[in-house]
Design a protein around this ligand. Structure first.
Ligand code: APR
Length: 254
């Protein structure tokens, strides 16, 4: 872990008026949830064309629900990791305005983050495709698939499948945060899925600094990011938080 870059990032956070984080599946890998495109990613096991598009779901909801049930049991057991806690601590210190997340695992809220913009929805709700009634996922048994509404309609997780639009309120809120921020932390995302991956470009275009936290470079690294902190999100974000807490203590003791 590059301690100079940790210091530089901590200073950039403290010097910025408005900081926003954009997170992807990589921030939850250390909570036990596989990412999608990494070596042990979900799309290595399940073809996204057969399991992650809205057409595939409508054509064979039972088949897609087999994958959803497996993922749901992993997500259900997952707890926030130090990366999630660091972001919620920065929000409490008024050093982070919002988290825009592509994740549906609810771990940012579980770690205490209040302003979370869920770009791809949230796994904790199911919605009936027929009558639009919504249910808490935890209240719906999954012995028989697909789960059905009392009206007999098929229930779908309230998440965005490929081929569906981003929830309008989340889309507009995320674009506004990207336009207004002075610093965007892009954490644990391969930045290949639009329109989420357009947000760092919007932020950059509005004059913001872009800092990536990732195990490896992405397509943002060369053209959009100002620098990249290479390594695990939990260790890096914990180190940035410690740096900030130390600096603030020094300022207070002057
Ligand atoms: N620390 C930091 N980065 C990590 C870690 C970690 N411990 N583990 C993995 N990563 C990085 C990987 O290097 C990769 O760049 O996280 C990124 C995960 O990328 P993806 O698996 O593509 O996940 P994401 O970018 O969130 O995917 C976007 O695609 O399938 C859709 O809807 C799904 O929201 C998802 C979207």
């Amino acid at each position: 872990m590059d301690s100079q870059l940790i210091k530089k990032t901590a200073q950039a956070i403290m010097a910025s008026q408005r900081v926003v984080a954009l997170t992807g599946a990589g921030i939850s890998v250390e909570s036990g949830i596989p990412d999608f495109r990494g070596p042990a990613g979900l799309w290595e096991k399940y073809d996204p064309m057969e399991y992650a598009t809205i057409d595939a779901f409508l054509e064979n909801p039972q088949k897609v629900w087999m994958m959803l049930r497996e993922m749901g049991s992993i997500v259900g057991k997952a707890k926030p990791n130090p990366a999630h806690y660091a972001l919620s601590k920065l929000e409490k210190m008024k050093l982070l305005n919002a988290v825009i997340t592509q994740n549906i695992d609810n771990l940012h809220q579980a770690s205490g983050s209040k302003c979370v913009i869920e770009f791809h929805g949230n796994n904790s709700k199911l919605v009936c495709l027929k009558c639009n009634r919504s249910y808490e996922s935890r209240d719906v048994p999954l012995e028989t698939l697909p789960p059905r509404c009392q009206c007999s309609g098929v229930l779908k997780p309230d998440v965005v499948f490929f081929g569906e639009g981003i929830p309008l309120d989340a889309h507009l809120a995320a674009q506004e945060e990207a336009r207004k921020c002075n610093l965007m932390l892009v954490i644990g995302t391969s930045a290949v899925v639009s329109p989420a991956c357009d947000l760092p470009v919007i932020a950059k275009g509005s004059g913001a600094k872009i800092v990536e936290v990732n195990l490896e470079e992405t397509q943002l690294t060369r053209h959009t990011s100002d620098w990249i902190l290479k390594g695990s999100a939990s260790r890096i974000l914990q180190a940035i938080l410690e740096e900030i807490v130390e600096d603030e203590a020094k300022i207070r003791s002057r």
